[in-house]
Design a protein around this ligand. Structure first.
Ligand SMILES: [Cu+2]
Length: 168
């Protein structure tokens, strides 16, 4: 019995290091002042899509809170900072004025949480593409990062006010 458990642990370790290696291969990160931005990515959208979203991790190595104020990209007519909120028992996404980056901590922009939203796409980014995204932070200033277009398994809600399908 003990032997079997040890073998399972070993397989789990192998599996997690393989995951680590594959995410390491994809990793790209950027620095702006005290901020570190890790692995900006966007979910590949259909070629006729007018919207897309971007996600990344921000680490604040400094002792002062920072704020993401705005973003822009040549691929979109309009770029908004978005949050997902619970309202009337439903998940909705909504534009927010800014996204806080707490001191000696950080925040993750990810599906279902804060994210960058692109509207009126002038160029629809394809799987494997990278496109520029310029971020404006209150303290760290301006930085342009490259967003990698990847496959994702989650379902993005395409319209800001669209809510979950009603089941009758
Ligand atoms: Cu959004």
């Amino acid at each position: 019995m003990e032997k079997v458990m040890k073998k399972n642990t070993f397989i789990t370790l192998l599996f997690s290091s393989a995951l680590f290696l594959s995410s390491f291969a994809n990793a790209h990160d950027y620095k702006a002042g005290d901020l570190q931005i890790d692995h900006p990515w966007s979910k590949a959208v259909p070629p006729n899509s007018s919207v897309a979203a971007a996600f990344f991790n921000v680490t604040n190595h400094g002792g002062e809170n920072d704020i993401l104020i705005s973003a822009e990209s040549p691929i979109a007519g309009k770029v908004e900072l978005h949050a997902h909120i619970h309202e009337d028992g439903m998940m909705k996404m909504r534009e927010v004025k800014n996204i806080e980056i707490p001191a000696n901590d950080g925040t993750a922009l990810k599906p279902g949480a804060n994210h960058i939203m692109f509207f009126n796409l002038t160029k629809v980014p394809k799987l494997g593409d990278r496109f520029p995204l310029t971020l404006h932070f209150k303290n760290a200033g301006e930085i342009t990062i490259e967003v990698a277009v990847e496959k994702a398994t989650y379902q993005m809600e395409m319209k800001p006010e669209k809510t979950k399908e009603q089941h009758h």
